[in-house]
Design a binder for this molecule. Structure first.
Ligand code: 5GP
Length: 203
């Protein structure tokens, strides 16, 4: 019997470099799918509907909440974000490993539903470095640097709920760290009980 997919949840403050790291991980490892969230925020330059997010109006988001279409959903920076239920569940049932790149509140909520989900927190080593990156991002979104730093502080407080920390001072090191976590989780015997059966058949 094919094993069920593993759910990986990756979080980290704005400026941690999650997107760049995950794109590289997706390029390097097979059998992985990145879940596409639904959001009410406006697309940024270069963002494509159905690729980066499913961009929806507030009323459409409300309707999806009403129809129980989200595994979890939150409001952040005055925008709303939600993880679609069907896509994720179907992929896991088909044996594909799924990555959710979501903030900490949603991550903890998902962990309470999927107890064997793996939570990974990406961050630069120092908060000074985070601040420098937020400076260089400048006007990428309309929120003040102060607001983003405050939100980052709240996210660091939730770090204790995570299974792994992946430091992102050097992108290549961070990519290798995430890949190592994924490969190790794939190799866990508790996720490969069929392997035992292969060597010691129960008749
Ligand atoms: P951005 O607007 O910069 O793309 O994302 C803002 C924050 O929302 C990031 O921390 C991102 O991880 C988080 N986020 C994106 N999609 C979801 C989602 O479906 N659920 C939750 N809880 N957070 C999300």
């Amino acid at each position: 019997m094919q094993r069920k997919g593993i759910l990986f949840i990756v979080s980290g403050p704005s400026g941690a470099g999650k997107g760049t790291v995950l794109n590289q991980v997706m390029r390097d490892l097979s059998g992985l799918s990145l879940s596409i969230s639904v959001t009410t925020r406006e697309p940024r330059d270069g963002e494509i509907d159905g690729v980066h997010y499913h961009f929806r109006k507030n009323e459409e988001f409300d309707e999806m909440v009403k129809n129980n279409e989200f595994l979890e959903h939150v409001s952040k920076y005055k925008n709303r974000y939600g993880t679609p239920r069907t896509g994720v569940e179907e992929l896991l049932d088909a044996g594909r490993d799924v990555i959710l790149e979501i903030e900490t509140k949603g991550a903890i909520r998902i962990k309470s539903i999927f107890r064997d989900a793996v939570l990974v927190f990406i961050t630069p080593y120092s908060s000074d470095e985070l601040e420098t990156r937020l400076d260089s991002r400048g006007s990428e979104n309309s929120n003040s640097k102060e607001l983003r730093l405050k939100i980052a502080k709240d996210e660091y407080k939730k770090m204790k709920h995570y299974d792994f920390i992946a430091l992102n001072d050097d992108i290549n090191v961070c990519v290798e760290t995430i890949k190592a976590i994924i490969i190790a989780e794939r190799s866990r015997l508790t996720r490969n009980t069929n392997a035992i059966e292969r060597y010691i058949p129960s008749k």
